[in-house]
Design a binder for this molecule. Structure first.
Ligand SMILES: Cc1cc2nc3c(=O)[nH]c(=O)nc-3n(C[C@H](O)[C@H](O)[C@H](O)COP(=O)(O)OP(=O)(O)OC[C@H]3O[C@@H](n4cnc5c(N)ncnc54)[C@H](O)[C@@H]3O)c2cc1C
Ligand SMILES: *[C@@H]1O[C@H](CO)[C@@H](O)[C@H](O)[C@H]1NC(C)=O
Ligand SMILES: *[C@@H]1O[C@H](CO)[C@@H](O)[C@H](O)[C@H]1NC(C)=O
Ligand SMILES: *[C@@H]1O[C@H](CO)[C@@H](O)[C@H](O)[C@H]1NC(C)=O
Ligand SMILES: *[C@@H]1O[C@H](CO)[C@@H](O)[C@H](O)[C@H]1NC(C)=O
Ligand SMILES: *[C@@H]1O[C@H](CO)[C@@H](O)[C@H](O)[C@H]1NC(C)=O
Ligand SMILES: *[C@@H]1O[C@H](CO)[C@@H](O)[C@H](O)[C@H]1NC(C)=O
Length: 544
């Protein structure tokens, strides 16, 4: 017998002596390991017995659909305050997992908590066998005006970033999302689009460097991780390649004053024809214009006891009201845009405008992390990409679908593409939805009712709408936005987690041909699949 074999039982015995095997909680050895690394670490660990556990868990749940007694809960929540805490958590959870195989703990990373399926704080497949690493204390921002760059930590929200930039400069911005409470840890990991996408692309297109803690607990930057991993983390999905602890981003120039406008049209005001026409115009406009259209069912403004369908056209122009009106008169007269539909304001204020805040809200509203975009409503979203204009008859079918649910409980949000989005190659970063797309669609359902039955009703309605959209949207693959995570994609593709066909299905929808490169990077940097969730890129070794 060689020495390697003989030493193995001795090592096991040592572990048993050090950490014990008779503990009542499966995570006790793990906690002891943590204390062994850092005697102060208990102050950042919350067990279920702790009276603050629930409020801490709920503090960043952004979809109340996953805040019920039936929602699978974590065993522990960590709130690291410094990098060494994260490293200890990684090292101990690896050691612990090796020691007791039946408890395969997963680490779920949480920054802003907006994951559409709640995967940063719950797990449909792993009840009680996951921990949350809540990065809420990682919220520093440092802006370098001279270089027009910033270092930001992952729990910084888009709103906080926009506010801090605006404090220093009225002519700089960052092309990330519209909702001000979303965390940049998750958002940049999946792409990040907002009103500047036609001018500057996505948030992930504007990342210059990063700090990531890998599955070995090492701190990597762009140079030390190499270009493959740096490519993968800019859009290839969170909770997959490592824990992002900072992004270095490139700020972008905007005019000190921009124009935001809203025009609403109901069916009685030719909404169908105008939306139809919109599709022939939006992707070809100047890169200085962004258009979003919200389609939903509303109380009819001219007949209070009846409902109708409304199209709300929201536009942002990097210029003056007069400039936009002249352009619209020439390119899109059917919209009938008028001066009184528009307001000039700073770019930072235009975020509040697009996010639906009242017009005179203070800029400080951007700092409020607790404001919920959906109120107490539960939601589910799906996404699509449109490459050929949908015919009038196609929209008429959408109106029928919208009439199946109540007022403002379901809708579609269309966001114009083209411009810079078409200039960036599909393989530049993992986000592949570039040239050839006229606009992106989000199909969404909201509900306030509790219970499984109500939820199933809305989910089935949304799935029906999605089914209805099939002939009008991208095919082979049917593309989807990774940040609008949808666990329905690939659900019928095969067996359990890591299954090849299932992963291929959502993988090609989110990443198209970039999926294969993402798998190669994952296999190289995390072959043991330490960082994972129900839709993280699997390493090749897991495809058995
Ligand atoms: C109300 C609302 C509005 C939205 N508006 C927009 C929008 O305008 N534009 C847009 O592009 N998207 C938008 N989104 C989608 C949003 O970008 C994604 O949900 C994003 O992933 C959320 O990031 P987060 O940090 O808030 O969420 P989390 O739930 O904390 O994280 C999302 C995912 O990333 C992982 N992750 C989080 N932090 C890290 C990290 N530091 N390192 C590694 N992995 C990490 C998580 O484990 C999880 O898998 C919106 C979502 C909501 C709910
Ligand atoms: C623990 O905290 C004490 C007091 O704050 C500090 O002096 C000590 O360095 C800390 N130990 C570690 C390992 O961080
Ligand atoms: C809850 O956990 C925190 C962090 O470990 C600790 O500071 C606090 O005292 C605990 N509270 C209770 C009631 O156990
Ligand atoms: C999750 O596990 C806990 C503890 O084992 C159990 O009480 C709870 O019912 C489980 N929940 C689900 C949704 O399976
Ligand atoms: C944030 O910045 C402050 C001040 O520089 C520093 O003390 C703190 O450690 C930083 N926090 C993190 C999580 O990096
Ligand atoms: C709708 O379109 C018709 C035909 O083009 C036009 O006559 C009518 O004025 C329009 N209605 C509104 C409210 O714009
Ligand atoms: C709405 O009210 C008007 C006037 O009271 C009535 O004529 C009409 O039939 C009502 N419509 C519906 C849909 O109930």
């Amino acid at each position: 017998m060689d020495t390697a074999h003989r030493s193995f039982p001795i090592l096991v015995a040592l572990f048993v002596l050090l950490f014990g095997v008779t503990s009542s909680q499966p995570y006790e050895e793990f906690l002891q390991c943590l204390e062994f690394h850092d005697s102060n670490i208990t102050s950042i660990v919350y067990t279920r017995a702790n009276s603050s556990f629930s409020s801490l868990l709920e503090s960043s749940i952004r979809n109340p659909r996953f805040d019920t007694s039936a929602t699978p809960k974590p065993l522990l929540i960590f709130t690291p305050r410094q990098i060494s805490h994260i490293q200890s958590a990684i090292r101990c959870s690896r050691a612990h997992r090796i020691q007791i195989r039946k408890h395969k703990f997963q680490i779920r990373i949480r920054s802003g908590g907006h994951d559409y399926e709640g995967l940063s704080y719950t797990s449909p497949d792993h009840n009680s066998s996951f921990l949350i690493l809540d990065l809420i204390s990682f919220r520093n921002i440092s802006i370098d005006l001279a270089q027009q760059t910033a270092w930001i930590q992952p729990a910084v929200t888009t709103g906080e970033l926009y506010y801090r930039i605006a404090e220093k400069s009225s002519t700089l911005a960052f092309p990330s999302g519209i909702c001000p409470t979303v965390g940049l840890g998750g958002q940049i990991s999946g792409g990040g689009w907002g009103t500047l996408l036609r001018k500057y692309g996505l948030a992930a297109d504007n990342v210059l460097d990063t700090r990531v803690i890998d599955a070995e607990g090492r701190i990597l930057d762009r140079a030390s991780m190499g270009e493959d991993m740096f490519w993968a983390i800019r859009g290839g999905g969170g909770n997959t390649f490592g824990i992002v602890i900072a992004w270095k981003i490139k700020l972008v120039p905007v005019p000190a004053s921009v124009t935001a406008c809203t025009v609403t049209r109901t069916l009685e005001q030719n909404a169908t024809e105008i939306v139809h026409r919109w599709q022939y115009v939006v992707d070809k406009l100047s890169n200085d214009v962004f258009f979003m259209v919200v389609l939903n069912r509303v109380v009819n403004p001219i007949q209070a006891n009846a409902t109708t369908i409304q199209a709300s056209f929201n536009s942002l122009y990097l210029g003056s009201i007069e400039g936009l009106i002249l352009m619209m008169e020439a390119k899109f007269p059917d919209l009938g845009l008028r001066r009184e539909n528009c307001v000039e304001m700073s770019w930072a204020k235009s975020i509040l405008y697009f996010a639906g805040f009242p017009l005179n809200s203070p800029l400080e509203s951007l700092l409020d992390r607790t404001i919920s975009a959906t109120g107490s409503a539960k939601f589910k979203g799906k996404s699509d990409y449109v490459k050929e204009p949908i015919p009038i008859s196609g929209f008429e079918g959408i109106w029928e679908k919208l009439k199946e649910v109540g007022v403002q409980t379901g809708g579609l949000i269309l966001a114009s593409y083209g411009g810079k989005m078409s200039e960036i190659p599909e393989s530049s970063i993992p986000f592949p939805h570039r040239a050839g797309n006229i606009y992106q669609v989000e199909e969404v359902a909201f509900w306030v009712e509790d219970g499984v039955e109500a939820a199933d009703g809305y989910l089935n309605w949304l799935r029906g709408l999605y089914e209805y959209m099939t002939p009008y949207v991208s095919k082979n693959p049917r593309e989807a936005y990774a940040n609008y995570r949808d666990l329905d994609i690939g659900r019928n593709g095969g067996g359990g987690e890591g299954d090849y066909r299932r992963a291929r299905s959502w993988g090609s929808s989110y990443y198209k041909n970039n999926f294969d490169r993402l798998v190669r990077v994952k296999t190289a940097v995390d072959p043991a699949n330490f960082f994972r969730n129900e839709q993280s890129i699997p390493p090749l070794s897991s495809w058995r």
